[in-house]
Design a binder for this molecule. Structure first.
Ligand code: G3P
Length: 226
C-alpha cells in the first residue's frame, strides 16, 4: 500500500543502538519488512547512514536517512549530501530529530530540495507550537516528540494525549496535507491505537522495538490493534 494512502505508518528509528547497527540493522530491517508484508501496515526504517545503501538494496520497505545536511555538491567534508543519500537508495529522511536539531531555516531550505530528489521529509518538533511553525514549510510528515519522554518507555499517546491531538490540529490548520505522527515512549499496539485515536497518522519509535528482547514480537504487537 502506498504510504500516502495508509491510515497509519510505523517509522522505526534505528538510532545508533548496537542492536540496530551493521548486520543487526539489516536483520532488523528485514523483520520490519516481514511484519509490514504480513500485516499490510506500512513501515519505514530510518537507518544509520553507513548502513543505508546495503539495507535499502535488501528490503522492499522505504528506508530513510536519520539526517541530511543542507549542502550541495562541492567542498563540504563530512557533511551529508542529499543527492548522495538519494543515490544510495533512500526514500526520505528524518530532519530536526530531538537528538539532531537543526535551525528552522535549514529545514525550510531542505524540504523543497529533497522533493526535487523524490525524498520524503519527516520533520520532528518537540512542542505543538514548533510543529505548527514547521507545517509552514510543507514537509511530508511532522512527528511531535516531547523530548522528556524519548526512551522513557512512557508513551506520549498515554502520558500527553493533548500534545498529540494538539499537534494534529495545529499542523492541519496550516496545511492539511502534512501527515502528523507522534513519538516518544511508544512500544505497544495499544500505544499505537491510542495515537491513531488521537488523530495521529502514524508513529515514530525506537527503543521499544530496537531494545526489545524479541524485536519481531514487538513489531507484531505494534500492528496488532490496527
Ligand atoms: O525517533 C524516535 C524517538 O525519538 C522515540 O524514541 O525510544 O522513545 O521510541 P523511543
Amino acid at each position: 500500500m502506498p504510504l500516502k494512502m495508509a491510515k497509519c505508518v510505523i517509522v522505526l528509528n534505528f538510532k545508533t543502538y548496537r542492536e540496530s547497527t551493521g548486520d543487526l540493522g539489516l536483520r532488523l530491517a528485514r523483520l520490519c519488512e516481514k511484519v509490514s508484508l504480513e500485516s499490510g501496515v506500512p513501515f519505514v526504517a530510518a537507518v544509520q547512514l553507513a548502513d543505508l545503501s546495503r539495507i535499502a538494496s535488501a528490503v522492499s520497505i522505504p528506508v530513510y536517512a536519520q539526517h541530511i545536511d543542507n549542502v550541495s555538491f562541492g567542498s563540504h567534508t563530512g557533511w551529508v549530501l542529499p543527492e548522495a543519500v538519494a543515490e544510495a537508495g533512500a526514500k526520505g529522511t528524518l530532519l530536526n530529530h530531538a537528538e539532531h536539531q537543526i535551525p528552522a531555516k535549514e529545514v525550510e531550505a531542505l524540504i523543497p530540495h529533497l522533493r526535487t530528489l523524490s525524498l520524503s521529509s519527516l520533520v520532528c518538533g518537540n512542542t505543538v507550537d514548533v510543529c505548527r511553525s514547521l507545517a509552514a514549510f510543507h514537509p511530508d510528515y511532522i512527528a511531535v516528540e516531547p523530548p522528556e519522554l524519548i526512551g522513557s518507555g512512557i508513551p506520549v499517546s498515554k502520558a500527553k494525549p493533548e500534545v498529540v491531538s494538539g499537534a494534529v490540529e495545529a499542523v492541519k490548520s496550516v496545511n492539511h496535507k502534512v501527515r502528523v505522527l507522534c513519538g516518544a515512549g511508544i512500544s505497544t499496539g495499544i500505544d499505537v491505537k491510542k495515537a491513531v485515536d488521537l488523530g495521529a497518522e502514524g508513529v515514530l519509535l525506537a527503543s521499544g522495538v530496537v531494545k526489545a528482547k524479541d524485536p519481531e514480537a514487538a513489531l507484531r504487537d505494534l500492528v496488532s490493534q490496527l
